[in-house]
Unconditional design. Structure first.
Length: 327
């Protein structure tokens, strides 16, 4: 659809018509005997001339640049390319590129979660015969991408990065809660803080009565619904009541703390899925064949920023010249 914007070049006729100037020339024969000649009307000729040619040129350039900016022209200039996700093993990358016959191809390093979307947006920058290879720990996209050219993707799952999640426990039975978090194994380690702080993501409030008004945290596990009026509007999901408050999101369950391993595992999985978010899944290696159904991406050509800068500059010059002309 971007190519249809070039039809807007017909709008260049508007400034040409606006600056057109007609000049009438009256021709008369100053003869003494003219009174004896038949009466004739003076002849008029129309001569095409343009007023303010510099201003006309600026306005034509302004319209042409606007049309080009909307059309988003892209000139294919990239050749064979290997897109590498950040953090990928260089030796493994070299092997994959060599096996694909792209050992000398250009390499572009970028965050793994941006690789597919970036390639889809800039796909028009590659020459028709260019080969593309994506390597690294590429997360599985929500929908299967569709490309207008053949793209090969070779993935390798990397070790998950270790992280810490800080928890504060306010309870008369803290050991029962500590056993829950101590049993967690994996890249995410739970740190039980002695006092709530800026890094605290979860507060376990296992006491009757409301906590201090100044205490804040993204998530609360509470056991006394009477201390939190917001729980009257709570909704149930996964066997846990959820409600939002000024202190943070509130979770409540009468079966806390968990009494067995299955209940503890279910609670932690619910926390991971709803509050922390699911861990990214590495997409399988595959080859995306060229599809005729690939839709044109959003305007993002390499010339788009330059055209926008030229458009602003021409507009400023046109306004200045118009103002000077009126004065």
């Amino acid at each position: 659809m971007n190519g249809l914007w070039w039809l807007g070049l017909a709008s260049l006729a508007l400034p040409l018509w606006w600056h057109r100037k007609k000049r009438e020339q009256h021709k008369a024969e100053p003869l003494a005997t003219a009174r004896f000649l038949p009466r004739t009307e003076p002849r008029q000729t129309r001569v095409w001339r343009f007023s303010d040619p510099l201003l006309l040129l600026l306005r034509c350039l302004l319209l042409a640049t606007l049309v080009a900016w909307l059309a988003d022209p892209v000139f294919p200039w990239r050749g064979d390319t290997v897109i590498v996700a950040e953090g990928t093993d260089p030796a493994w990358t070299d092997r994959q590129a060599t096996q694909a016959g792209l050992a000398r191809a250009e390499r572009i390093v970028m965050p793994a979660h941006q690789a597919i979307a970036w390639l889809r947006t800039h796909e028009r920058e590659w020459k028709p015969g260019a080969r593309l290879l994506i390597v690294g720990d590429i997360p599985m996209p929500a929908t299967l991408p569709v490309f207008g050219r053949t793209v090969e993707m070779r993935t390798q799952a990397s070790a998950p990065a270790r992280s810490e999640r800080h928890v504060y426990i306010e309870s008369d039975r803290p050991q029962e809660w500590r056993r829950l978090f101590a049993a967690l194994d994996g890249p995410e380690r739970v740190v039980v803080d002695a006092a709530p702080g800026a890094k605290t993501e979860l507060i376990v409030w296992d006491r009757p009565g409301a906590p201090p008004a100044s205490l804040r945290a993204p998530l609360w596990w509470v056991l006394d619904p009477a201390a939190f009026p917001e729980m009257s509007k709570a909704r149930e999901a996964g066997g846990v009541l959820h409600a939002d408050s000024a202190r943070g999101r509130l979770w409540l369950s009468k079966s806390w703390p968990p009494r067995d391993a299955d209940a503890a595992r279910a609670l932690v999985e619910h926390w991971q899925q709803v509050h922390v978010g699911p861990r990214p899944y590495t997409a399988p290696s595959r080859v995306f064949t060229a599809s005729k159904d690939a839709r044109a991406p959003e305007p993002s050509g390499a010339l788009r920023d330059m055209l926008l800068a030229a458009l602003v500059a021409l507009f400023v010059l046109e306004r200045l010249l118009t103002h000077a002309r009126k004065r």
